[in-house]
Design a binder for this molecule. Structure first.
Ligand code: RFL
Ligand code: PHB
Length: 390
């Protein structure tokens, strides 16, 4: 099989990139390790920046996002006593959209056949070959054990943090930056109305909590737990009690409890691999970088990588511009590092670290009080939260 671009991974970055390239008349094949249902079963991001929404609009695949997505003009930081509202609309004149990653992924998957975007699911042993030559290829096995080979001009690694693409970069050709946090987020999804009309990020003595949502009838809540926590120790009742305590008296009063329909623990990590390209292999999204979810940046960073990668590939294939691909990594990384900084600083501000002394706790209190009373501080948070320009 031959194609122009082989994309590894049918998560949001692979699907968005595949659609944008197809819209420019470029041939694409996506190779995904698991089934479509398995991809859709992962409950992840919920907040889309304007730039991410615009990519979906450009594809004309935004009808469900427009009708079911919730536009939020602000969000809240809670410090145990009060809600500090960050008024995005007033401070930076724009909004974010609450729309589940699952829903976005479903929209992109469903539109693939009609747009000639081929996706091969359940491909095992995916391997990249010769990306430093002019004739790279990808091999894999299909469900019945048949070996397949796709020759491509460019390979895009959209295969997340654990995929093979980053590991295919030559030894010594890249550098890794990493910070692993000593805690994770225990999240639940429940078909109950949200406790508040906007998101609440809470800093409590017992640890961080987040009140989020997927719709007016479906809530998504998280609490910080130690990284080695056993999920079986968290009955729904225990989760709701702890969440109510951490969110504080106001939201606790309006909190509606119900059975969890999903419950999982996600570890928190900051990670950057650079450069995001070697030869004809481009790394896109979580394959190159991870942010802790505190700033809601992971999926949005994947989308901005896609923006830069698709522009470079369209210039390369349709205008014969070889330098465009060479420039991809530096362009994407400039934005990646700023999102890393924001996600790390919000994580530090809102979580309990096991080694923190009373001094660090007072620093958090002082910073939250400063934010509560400074429009300049709020504006800085707001412009990062809505997403820096691409
Ligand atoms: P994904 O979504 O991990 O998709 C990668 C795809 O590659 C496939 N794959 C392979 N395919 C072929 N061969 C192999 N050997 C393969 N190995 C892997 C996988 O099966 C998968 O389908 O990466 P992508 O596309 O780069 O997208 C990144 C986002 O998923 C991620 O950044 C966000 O979910 C992060 N994130 C959030 N981001 C936001 O922007 N806003 C949020 O509110 C937000 N909340 C979150 C989050 C992530 C979380 N977790 C669980 C890590 C909340 C949580 C709890
Ligand atoms: C979510 O709704 O899953 C969500 C929202 C905001 C975040 C992280 C996760 O910062």
């Amino acid at each position: 099989m031959k194609t122009q671009v082989a994309i590894i991974g049918a998560g949001p970055s692979g699907l968005l990139l595949g659609h944008l390239l197809r819209a420019a008349g470029i041939d694409v094949v996506i190779i995904e390790r698991v089934s479509a249902d398995y991809v859709l079963g992962r409950i992840r991001a919920g907040v889309l920046e304007r730039t991410t929404v615009e990519l979906v609009e450009r594809l004309g695949l935004d009808w469900r996002l427009k009708s079911e997505g919730l536009e939020h003009g602000g969000f809240n930081l809670a410090d145990g006593e009060r809600l500090i509202r960050i008024d995005l609309q007033d401070l930076v004149g724009t909004t974010v959209t609450v729309y589940g990653q699952t829903e976005l992924t479903r929209d992109l998957m469903e539109a693939a056949p009609e747009r000639g975007l081929e996706i091969i699911y359940e491909a095992s042993d995916v391997a990249i070959h010769d990306h430093n030559s002019d004739t790279p290829s990808v091999t894999f096995s299909t469900g019945d054990g048949t070996e397949q080979k796709i020759e491509a001009e460019i390979v895009c690694g959209c295969d997340g943090f654990h995929g093979p693409s980053r590991r295919s970069i030559s030894a010594g050709a890249g550098k890794t930056y990493e910070r692993v946090y000593p805690f994770g987020w225990l999240g639940i999804l429940s078909d109950v109305p949200p406790c508040h009309e906007e998101l609440i990020y809470a800093n409590h003595e017992n640890g961080f909590a987040l009140a989020s949502m997927r719709s007016e009838t479906r809530s998504r809540y998280y609490i910080q737990v130690p990284v080695d926590e056993d999920i079986n120790d968290w009955s729904d009742d225990r989760f709701w009690d702890e969440l109510a305590l951490r969110l504080g008296p106001g939201p606790a009063e309006t909190l509606v409890r119900g059975p969890s329909i999903e419950k999982s623990i996600a570890p928190l990590r900051s990670f950057v691999f650079e450069p995001m390209r070697e030869g004809r292999l481009l790394l896109v999204g979580d394959s190159a970088h991870i942010v802790p979810p505190t700033g809601a940046k992971g999926l949005n960073l994947a989308a901005s990588d896609v923006h830069y990668a698709s522009a470079a590939l369209v210039a390369y294939f349709n205008k014969g511009d070889n330098d465009a691909i060479a420039g991809y990594s530096a362009k994407a990384l400039a934005r990646v590092w700023k999102a890393e900084r924001f996600s790390w600083s919000l994580t530090k501000l809102m979580h309990r670290f096991p080694d923190d002394s009373p001094f660090e706790r007072e620093m958090q209190r002082a910073e939250l009080d400063y934010i509560a009373n400074s429009r300049a501080a709020q504006m800085s948070i707001a412009e990062n939260y809505i997403g820096l320009p691409v």
